[in-house]
Design a protein. Structure first.
Length: 440
């Protein structure tokens, strides 16, 4: 007996293909099966770990907010009125303002931190289905919509009051400009002409600011592609151009005043009819009333309008007194001298404004108060300014945690009204060279 033999039927071509597919092809040789994997189980574990890490970070952010520990240092309005020493009262007023800033930061972080983190990874298990959706996916660039309703309502009221104040001031400027124009036609006073020019250019400034604000607020795709980092610099650029126009215009008034003061100039006293006196007095009264109304509204735009009204009251009062006293006293040189002094004041004031906006456009540092406010924001969550944070973390920090911290800090900073754009750099060492070249 030779031995056993196994009699098998011939294999079909399909069975030959299946055999090679299990063992490997000719070139690569047999295929090893390796260790069995559980992809779905692994995804579930990763998802649970990521959720736990994110939850811990959220708790840490909220745990850093303790409003009561700061509110005990606030001085009430009644106690402030009882303080006689101006320096002491100013100290507590500044401290109350600082507490208001920190309260705003706490509100922003408490309202937005969770929404920002939930928006970072809506498909955490990578199965192609969004299990959750954060607020950022719905509001796009309208970050204000993530803030508490009370904060949104306060900002809407402040914006509405600012619009009312600005619109009333514009209407008053148009009426007063027409009255001054009619008065200037019947008067030879250089001080009155200087006041007329100031009113005309003030109205032009209002138009420039309104136009640039509209351009900044427009949400057009073509503008977004052309200006990818925003158009917030249009407003200071517009004011810069206007300040140059203002300085050049009053240089002409100054030149005319000096020419009249020279021995070869016209030494006749300026005429000041009743319509001119009424127009100037009406300007002082109207601007004073608007200024009193603006004083109670503590917003940046309205307070700037209050300062403008106060300056107009002083300017128009002097523009009326110089020619009026000169005519009554028979002093011919008082009117051109007053016009020259007023022109020098306007030139100095707008040259300072020009320099301030040039400094802003060149990237000057933020004011000390805003710097402290932003530092406090960093400490709890790790005309507009651009903010750049450089945050130090442990070198073993996971990329996911680093990303969540930086994104949360960025969106919380950009939710503040003073901030236009925020950039966050994460680092693990403080011994780095300079971050940018000298020419950057």
């Amino acid at each position: 007996m030779v031995g056993k033999r196994a009699f098998e039927r011939p294999k079909t071509p399909r069975e030959h293909i299946d055999e090679f597919s299990n063992k490997g092809d000719v070139e690569s040789g047999p295929r090893t099966t390796g260790k069995r994997r559980f992809p779905k189980f692994k995804d579930a574990v990763d998802f649970a770990m990521a959720e736990r890490t994110q939850g811990v970070l959220k708790k840490q952010l909220v745990a850093g907010i303790d409003r009561e520990c700061f509110e005990e240092y606030r001085m009430s309005d009644e106690k402030l009125k009882e303080i006689k020493d101006k320096k002491v009262r100013a100290f507590y007023e500044e401290q109350n303002a600082r507490l208001d800033d920190w309260l705003e930061v706490d509100t922003v972080v408490k309202a937005m931190a969770g929404e920002v983190m939930d928006s970072m990874n809506p498909d955490a298990d990578h199965d192609g289905v969004r299990e959750r959706g954060g607020g950022l996916q719905n509001v796009e660039e309208r970050i204000d919509e993530l803030l508490p309703d009370r904060v949104q309502e306060d900002r809407r009221k402040a914006a509405k009051m600012a619009r009312w104040a600005i619109n009333i001031n514009v209407i008053a400027n148009i009426i007063l400009l027409a009255a001054k124009g009619a008065a200037a036609l019947k008067s030879t006073s250089l001080s009155l002409i200087a006041s007329l020019l100031d009113s005309a250019l003030d109205l032009l400034c209002t138009v420039i600011v309104w136009t640039t604000n509209r351009l900044v607020s427009w949400r057009l795709d073509s503008l977004a592609r052309r200006f990818p980092v925003g158009r917030q610099r249009l407003e200071p650029l517009g004011i810069l151009v206007f300040s140059i126009i203002m300085v050049i215009s009053f240089l002409q008034i100054l030149q005319e005043s000096v020419t009249k003061l020279l021995p070869s100039g016209d030494h006749s006293s300026a005429t000041l009819p009743a319509v001119a006196i009424g127009a100037m007095a009406g300007t002082v009264v109207v601007k004073g009333i608007i200024g009193i109304g603006c004083y109670r509204i503590k917003t940046t735009q309205v307070q700037a309008l209050f300062q403008d009204c106060k300056t107009d009251v002083y300017f128009n009062t002097l523009s009326l007194l110089f020619p009026l006293i000169g005519k009554q006293a028979g002093v011919w040189w008082l009117d051109p001298l007053g016009a020259a002094l007023l022109s020098l004041y306007i030139i100095y004031d707008w040259a300072d404004t020009c320099l301030e906006n040039v400094t802003r456009l060149c990237g000057s540092a933020a004011e000390k108060e805003l710097d402290k406010k932003l530092t406090y924001l960093l400490s709890i969550c790790a005309d507009g300014v651009w903010v750049e944070y450089d945050v130090l973390l442990d070198e073993k920090s996971p990329l996911r945690r680093t990303h969540d911290i930086s994104e949360t800090l960025q969106y919380c900073a950009e939710a503040l009204e003073e901030v236009d754009r925020c950039f966050v750099s994460m680092d693990y060492s403080a011994e780095n060279p300079v971050g940018h070249s000298a020419g950057a």
